[in-house]
Design a binder for this molecule. Structure first.
Ligand code: ATP
Ligand code: MG
Length: 400
């Protein structure tokens, strides 16, 4: 006997009234996407939970993948048997023996199928007694057991489950619309993207780069970060914007101290333009209040003024240490730490204004004609899609 199913509990998404079906379908689709290399599995969704039939696949291969899928509250490995006392006992014994470091247990029976002749309480005792007889050094503790063996007697069959594995919670990616994430190679923006996805938002990326001041490796880093985020939210389209000419002009013609603010405004404006074309209704950044000169209240006020789009800033109130902790947990830290220059660090003045005045920025900008640079840049945006089942190396080679 062995685990042949994974049970998935929905959590928050089961609260969503009429939209339920949309949520189930999206979750189903997202799980299927991430498990594309396991065509033998079958997924079945019902009102209260989802069941993955393993068909011989080792569940330990699937768990690390599934713990990245948003919209899952928790999961359990399960054995499905007929409604037969001996088979149920055998399965319960397997579940108990398979778990590690268990000194105490408890059996909990749920009898949804009332035609099953033994009531829950009596059945707990029958199975519990069996487990005690068949093991050594393990006792029953009904209050704080190391392991709870669940027996779920349903009309179709009986499911035996034991340990509960926490899911990522949140909402299935794709149920809350789409955002355009301004993705740098730093630590913050990938974390911001992760948090947006956790609330069901699908991502597209925009990345600004400035050849030859920024290297090939810097772009590759951004694509690797995207690839990591694909394992949470499915395919991601990346818009790569050549920013050199515009940056140089800003750097040359805008009074020192204000160039950073103007550059940020342009990044936001270009991002809005891309979002418009893609029917995306919001932008997202990795900004955190007070972290650097561009992230003071005055800077954000002056920069944000170029767009009417909602700009989501999931990290706005977080400390750097909290952001770094999430980056480590989600797998982006080891990529973000690669030491390549970003376009913004190359052109940043030594002393950018921490309290730029919006009126002043607008005045300086009105003296600057960026039309040619704008048109040129828009024509040279490269778009590629990163997905989970192929290496993006080939695409990178073609691109650069
Ligand atoms: P990050 O770690 O995400 O780079 P940061 O703390 O270094 O953030 P900044 O460099 O000031 O902060 O950037 C603020 C935000 O602007 C980033 O989180 C990101 O959303 C966006 N951004 C910065 N540089 C780029 C870039 N080259 N391409 C796209 N977006 C960028
Ligand atoms: Mg940065």
């Amino acid at each position: 006997m062995y685990y042949d199913h994974i049970l998935i509990r929905y959590g928050e998404l089961s609260l969503k009234g009429k939209n339920r079906k949309v949520f189930y379908n999206k979750l189903h689709e997202n799980i299927r996407y991430q498990l594309v290399n396991f065509p033998e599995i079958k997924i079945k969704a019902t009102r209260d939970r989802m069941t993955i039939l393993l068909n011989g696949v080792n569940p330990n291969l699937l768990m690390p993948i599934l713990t990245r899928v948003f919209g899952i509250q928790s999961m359990s490995l399960a054995i499905k048997v007929e409604k037969d006392e001996n088979l149920i006992k055998e399965a319960a014994l397997f579940a108990l023996k398979d778990a590690e470091n268990v000194k105490t247990f408890k059996v909990t029976t749920k009898r949804a199928d009332k035609t099953f002749p033994i009531d829950s309480q009596a059945f707990n005792q029958i199975v519990g007694g069996h487990l005690l007889r068949e093991t050594e050094g393990i006792t029953v503790d009904v209050h704080h057991p190391d392991l709870e063996v669940h027996i779920d007697i349903r009309t179709d069959a009986t499911y035996i489950t034991s340990k509960r594995i926490e899911g990522s919670k949140g909402l299935p990616v794709g149920t809350s619309g789409k955002t355009l994430l301004l993705l740098s190679g730093g630590f913050d923006s990938p974390v911001a993207g992760y948090l947006a996805m956790r609330r069901g938002v699908k991502l597209e990326m925009v990345h600004f780069y400035s050849p030859p001041y920024t290297s090939e490796a810097a772009k590759e880093k951004v694509l690797d970060l995207t690839k990591e985020l694909v394992s949470y939210g499915g395919d991601i389209k990346v818009h790569i914007v050549p920013f050199t000419a515009m940056q140089q002009k800003i750097h040359r013609e805008i009074p020192y101290g204000y160039s950073m603010t103007v550059m940020r405004r342009m990044m936001l404006k270009i991002s809005e333009e891309i979002a418009k074309k893609q029917n995306i209704l919001s932008l997202t950044t990795g900004e955190s209040l007070g972290q650097v000169a561009s992230q003071t209240m005055e800077s954000m006020h002056a920069i944000n003024a170029v767009t009417n789009y909602p700009v989501m800033r999931p990290l706005i109130t977080m400390d750097k240490s909290e952001i770094m902790k999430i980056a480590e947990d989600i797998g982006t830290y080891s990529i973000s730490i690669r030491p390549f220059d970003d376009c913004c660090t190359v052109f940043v003045p030594n002393a950018p204004k921490t309290k730029p005045k919006k009126d002043k920025v607008e005045y300086f900008e009105s003296l600057l004609d960026l039309n040619n640079e704008w048109a040129e840049l828009m024509q040279n945006i490269t778009v590629l899609t990163i997905s989970n089942d192929q290496s993006h190396q080939e695409e990178i080679d073609q691109l650069f």
